[in-house]
Ligand binder design. Structure first.
Ligand code: C2E
Ligand code: CA
Ligand code: CA
Length: 720
């Protein structure tokens, strides 16, 4: 555009609005004081578009030229650049922010890691201290050996247990050096030499192929170490060493206890069985052995009489005697109670066995002294020879037991060698025991009565009740055949009670008030109820106590002295009389007379039998009678069979007599006449009765009133 300073456009191009003659005088183009050259921005032509104007004054003319460009066009590139820069700046800032953020985060993480590291370092330190303390206080020795065979860890305990010298106690030694030191010191005894490869490998590390290895060894000083090794991944190993001396000792003790009897220290059943099995393994025909079962007779009596401590003392002494009597290679065992068993080796001859067992029986019969108490005891022995009587342990034990059983049944204090027929006897005996236990209930027991005669008057002054067993198949069994069985099994208690009751009832029914004598077994004296049983029998029968006589043998007195005497006194206190039966057959009958005031002594049949034959029996019987007189004790001679015997007894002053001469034991029904006739008339009735019986014979005493008839049958059957 060319315009004058008057504002009138003289020429124009490019703008539709500005035309020739248009006035721009009042626009920004001409406003202001300097109307020379300049740069302006504005909307000159009123088109709404802001333009940039350049104004140039024409030299020497009141004209100027203005060139306009739209402002947007002029700034388009810078704008674009500016936007780009803004975006780039923004992105850059964002990037910086991200980097800064990550940087901070990293820093933070680093910090956390540093703290954690410090913590874990502290922890590790603590752990290592703890570990060290543990190692030192663990009570076990610990050694860690690395793959190169170097000791990495070794605690003080290990050093102490292995008694290592200072230079070997330091770590970083070679483990082999330690082992060599111990070897040189003789630590492993015979083992550990080159011949004991496997053991040595175990000592130096672990046996090949094992991840874990264990062995125990006894050190020369007696301590026992348990050594456990665990292989490590690097080929080394960790080894713990534990002192198990105490545990080992207890284990040995337990093992000993498991095989020995605590009371006597002898082998027990288990060890005996092992020895027996071993003996059987080595047996050959020439070298047999013998199994002995030994049982004390009446041990229970000693136990009951003097208490268990004394009983135990007796068992210990028996054990000692047996131990000393056998050879060192023999085995003596106690199976419990008073049961002993012995294996005698190198014995195959039965005669030899008999000699040896007799010796044992003699040895055990010697008096014992326990706590100032003198005891006497006997033993029964059963023997079985290997291999004759059995080739297995069970057979031998069973047969020795059977033989013992027979020794017991044969009166005890004896030994028996097993014989095959014993088994039969045993079966028979077991059957008898069973049948006897039913005998009372089955009404198979019966009492027979044998009169006791006053020698001076010839009258029947009493009767002894003697039990019989009427067996449904075996007939009448004599008491000597079943009383010992009843005593062994304890059946004597109910049987004895039955006898007592029955005898008291019977006697209470007699018109003439003769006395009734009842035998008591020693076993009955062990019953606490004995005195009450007697009291009850008297009460229920109504029999006066003075008419009851109880006969006891020496075996009763051998039991608990004081208790027995107290019981005897209590019985005596009831008014019941006590007789000493079978006097003279025991060892110390005399001493028992001193301990208790017996009412009567019954002189044993074995002495009476021999009277008038010119041997020492006359003197013995005379002495007994004199002694009894001195003690104001009555006397009864047992087993008087002949009038000669009766005359000798009369001359000696014996008070009463009992025997086949007068009458055998008779059933209750038959003695009716005896008990219901007045004295002296009885004899006549007997005579008459005798004449009525077939095959009877007469035994006449020198005094005419003492005559009794006895049938032959009765004589033969008198013991049953
Ligand atoms: P004991 O107490 O010595 O009884 C006397 C035994 O001698 C009786 O044998 C009797 O029949 C027998 N006898 C009697 N006079 C003569 C004779 O002139 N010659 C011969 N050779 N013997 C004669 P028994 O009845 O066989 O009794 C044997 C043993 O059995 C008794 O000996 C006694 O110890 C025991 N006994 C019997 N009955 C009982 C009882 O009820 N209880 C207890 N505990 N034992 C009894
Ligand atoms: Ca008797
Ligand atoms: Ca007797």
């Amino acid at each position: 555009m060319l315009a004058g300073f008057d504002g009138i456009v003289r020429a124009t191009t490019g703008s539709k609005r500005l035309k020739l003659g248009s006035d721009v005088g009042r626009t920004d183009l001409l406003s202001g004081h300097d109307k020379s050259n300049g740069l302006f921005t504005g909307d000159i032509d009123g088109s709404g578009t802001t333009r940039m104007y350049v104004r140039r004054k024409l030299a020497n003319q009141p004209l100027f030229v203005a060139i306009a460009l739209p402002e947007a066009g002029v700034y388009a590139q810078p704008y674009r650049n500016q936007q780009r820069y803004i975006i780039l700046g923004f992105i850059g800032s964002l990037l910086v922010l991200v980097i800064v953020y990550f940087g901070v985060m990293h820093q933070k993480r680093l910090e956390v890691a540093r703290v954690a590291l410090a913590e874990s370092e502290a922890r590790a330190q603590r752990k290592s201290e703890e570990l060290e303390r543990t190692l030192e206080h663990m009570g076990q020795g610990i050694i860690m050996v690395d793959g190169d065979g170097e000791v990495v860890v070794m605690n003080d305990n290990a050093v102490a247990l292995l008694e290592l010298p200072g230079k070997l106690a330091r770590q970083r030694n070679r483990f082999d050096q330690i082992v060599d030191h111990m070897l040189a010191r003789g630590e492993f005894g015979s083992i550990g030499r080159s011949d004991e490869q496997a053991t040595m490998r175990q000592v130096r590390s672990l046996r090949p192929g094992l991840d874990r290895d264990y062995y125990e060894r006894k050190r020369p000083d007696g301590t026992v170490l348990a050594v456990q090794s665990q292989r490590m991944p690097d080929g080394g190993f960790v080894r713990t060493i534990t002192d198990i001396t105490e545990r080992h000792r207890s284990a040995e003790k337990i093992a000993h206890l498991a095989r020995h009897d605590t009371l006597t220290g002898l082998a027990n059943r288990t060890l005996f069985r092992e020895k027996l099995d071993a003996a059987l393994e080595h047996i050959d025909r020439d070298d047999g052995f013998c199994v002995l079962f030994l049982d004390l007779d009446d041990f229970k009596i000693v136990n009951d009489a003097h208490g268990h401590p004394v009983g135990d003392g007796l068992l210990c002494q028996v054990a000692l005697r047996l131990k000393e009597a056998v050879r060192s290679q023999d085995t003596v065992a106690r199976f419990g109670g008073d049961e002993f068993a012995i294996i005698m080796t190198g014995l195959s001859d039965p005669n030899q066995v008999i000699v040896r067992t007799r010796h044992l029986i003699e040895l055990l019969r010697e008096p014992y002294r326990v706590d100032d108490i003198f005891l006497s005891s006997t033993a029964s022995i059963g023997c079985a020879l290997a291999p004759t009587d059995g080739s297995t342990a069970n057979d031998l034990l069973r047969n020795a037991d059977i033989a013992l059983y027979c020794a017991k049944a044969d009166g005890r204090n004896t030994s028996k060698l097993f014989a095959p027929e014993m088994s039969e006897q045993l079966i028979e005996r077991r059957r008898t025991e069973e049948e006897l236990s039913n005998a009372i209930a089955a009404g198979e027991l019966e009492l027979h009565y044998q009169p006791l005669v006053s020698i001076s008057s010839g009258s029947f002054c009493g009767f002894e009740a003697l039990v019989r067993w009427n067996h449904p198949e075996r007939g009448r069994i004599p008491p000597l055949d079943f009383i010992p069985i009843a005593e062994d099994t304890g059946l004597i208690v109910p049987i004895g009670r039955w006898v007592l009751n029955k005898a008291c009832h019977e006697a209470a029914s007699w018109e003439n008030e003769q006395r009734i004598a009842v035998n008591l077994s020693s076993i009955q004296f062990r019953e606490a109820s004995l005195v009450d049983d007697i009291r009850l029998a008297l009460k229920q029968s109504g029999l006066e106590a003075e008419r009851l006589e109880l006969e006891i043998t020496e075996s009763v007195m051998m039991q608990n002295g004081e208790q027995t005497i107290a019981k005897l006194k209590e019985i005596n206190g009831l008014g019941v009389k006590i007789s000493m039966d079978d006097f003279g057959t025991g060892y110390s009958s005399l001493s028992y007379l001193r301990n208790f005031a017996f009412d009567k002594i019954k002189i044993d049949r074995s002495f009476v039998n021999e009277l008038g034959r010119g041997n020492e029996c006359d003197s013995i019987v005379r002495a007994i009678i004199a002694l009894a007189e001195g003690l104001s004790v009555s006397t009864t001679a047992e087993g008087v069979e002949t009038s000669e015997q009766l005359e000798v007894l009369r001359a000696m002053g014996c008070v009463e007599a009992q025997g086949y001469l007068f009458s055998p034991p008779r059933p209750a029904s038959e003695i009716y006449e005896f008990v219901n006739q007045v004295p002296n008339i009885q004899q006549r009735s007997l005579q008459q009765r005798g004449h009525h019986q077939r095959g009877s014979r007469q035994i006449t005493a020198s005094k005419p009133e003492l005559v009794a008839s006895v049938t032959d049958d009765e004589l033969v059957n008198s013991t049953g």
